[in-house]
Design a protein around this ligand. Sequence first.
Ligand SMILES: NC(=O)c1ccc[n+]([C@@H]2O[C@H](COP(=O)([O-])OP(=O)(O)OC[C@H]3O[C@@H](n4cnc5c(N)ncnc54)[C@H](O)[C@@H]3O)[C@@H](O)[C@H]2O)c1
Length: 607
Amino acid sequence: MLIKQRSWVIFLLQVMLVVSSICLAWLLRFEFCFKNPKPLLLAIPVLVLIRVIAMARFNLYHGYWRYTGLSDAADIFKAVAIGSAVFFIVLRWVFGVTAFPLSVYLLEAMLTGIALGGVRVLSRAVTQAIERHQHDAGKKTTLVVGVGAAGVLLESALQQSNYTLTGFVDDDRRKVGVNVRGVPVLGTINDLPQLVRAYRVDEVLIAIPSATGKQMQRIVDYCTKSGARFRTIPSVSELVDGRVTVGQLREVNLDDLLGRDPIRLDVSRICEQLKDRVVLVTGAAGSIGSELCRQIVKYKPAKLVCVDQAETPLFYVQLQLTKLGSPAERICYHVADITDSDRMRAIIADYGVTAIFHAAAYKHVPLMEENLSEALKNNVFGLVDLLNVAQECGCKDFLLISSDKAVNPSSFMGCTKRLGELILAARQKSGMRCVSVRFGNVLGSQGSVIPEFQEQIRNDRQITVTHPDITRYFMTIPEAAALVLQGFAVGEPGDILVLDMGEPVRIVDLARSLIKMSGMKEDGVKIVYTGLRPGEKLFEELFYSSEKQTPTIVDKVWRTRSRMLSWPELQQGLDRIRVASSTSDEELIRSRETLIKSFSAFHSVIV
Ligand SMILES: NC(=O)c1ccc[n+]([C@@H]2O[C@H](COP(=O)([O-])OP(=O)(O)OC[C@H]3O[C@@H](n4cnc5c(N)ncnc54)[C@H](O)[C@@H]3O)[C@@H](O)[C@H]2O)c1
């Protein structure tokens, strides 16, 4: 309503300026003598009509004059020039008024142009003075990126805050120049640096909760160039009830830069599988295991048994789960080594465990290249022993966390993960549902590149990347854990499920994003390339080329189909490896190639 009223005022004011200009031109021409004003009286309505149409055509009714710039000057010039030409033709040849002096046409055009421009310049000067005053009065000037629903909600929220909203920016060029709830869309995201400078903006607020990682990276690029502080409203998945408040504004984090579509979980199906059951998580103190525990507990299992061999990290998981208000009587914590079958048998049998999430493993590629027998002991034989114990104790479901490193493995660790998948697939007739879930890197897990890069930026002002072209798939830990639970709910015996990881990310781009987020200029931190490490690949794959990918009933979880080995076939090969691995690591390293080949029975399936 208010905006409508304002538009009318602007319209009438400009009409008045046009009428005043023609009268003044007439008076100037006749030296302020109003003799024979008939041609003038006829010309005024014709001119007003033409000018009104021309001004509408050149978008001169928007009214946010405090932002007047060169583009408005150009629009005024065009509107006046074209309007005057039409006015001349219509008055002279349509109405046949020849007594209208040529000098008045010219003078009127000049005066109208000056009046339309002048009123804008004046308005701009006044409002800027007011804004400066507000600025000095402690209010922060801000620009909002995004004129979508979230941007408009944020605009409302800012009204009761310590911010003065100067304008919006949006990449949709059709919106540029438009007035949204009285606030102008000043330009596109590319214009941010200039706009920040021109309007002395203190902070840029990003209001695109559905922005993809690429879009967010671009916005952050321009925000960084502008030199202003920037924050964002939470992503769609974090927004509660779709409400936007100033309190929700937060720093842009790495998840935003790698932004992925929010996942839709079939919660009822997961609930069906976990509610009132006794669930055991191995590797419960690790990045993935601990997140699994945090999520599983929400589905109200009868008991959650957390197992890990690392005592202090398990203690912290206990502290955290307690802090989150998880019911203590339903969770127990056991320091135990999964390769110790007696200990695991005692735990599984005592609690009557019916579902196991196996996340305990050694995972560091270069380290495992030098500790082959330990990798085999933990990731392969530990798994087989645990499966045997679980089956013996009547466990119904077993899920193995696998990794994209299991696909065409170039590392020993990857081989052990692939063996794990094959072992689970081969046990489909065991009476226990065995499912593997394969996915790529998770952001911020223990020992991952991100904390390492952050430390390098802080301490060394240089980042070491192994190769300029190295890429990895990335997911957040909560997302991976949620999809693992979803996979658990829909997996069929022997399934190898693969999580949709989106697009792979170049590690060097990730490093650059971290540099920007740390508030430094990109050239302020050196990137040093150190070369691929033993067993490391340039890019990871999620599927073998021979694997058929079929969708499951849930989004982002794929099922693979390929030739698998029978358990007796696999067991034979495993026995041979068990004998080979009883030698020392040095000998194993020397015979690494022979060892991989000695997986003879399943060589074609593993490498
Ligand atoms: N982190 C990633 O990016 C990622 C991606 C895909 C798959 N994975 C797989 O997920 C699994 C877990 O990864 P993570 O990142 O949570 O690793 P992590 O190192 O954070 O956690 C592993 C946990 O397992 C425990 N553990 C290891 N051996 C054990 C044993 N014998 N007995 C008891 N506990 C033992 C460790 O103490 C540790 O707490 C690994 O198999 C890994 O290959 C990880």
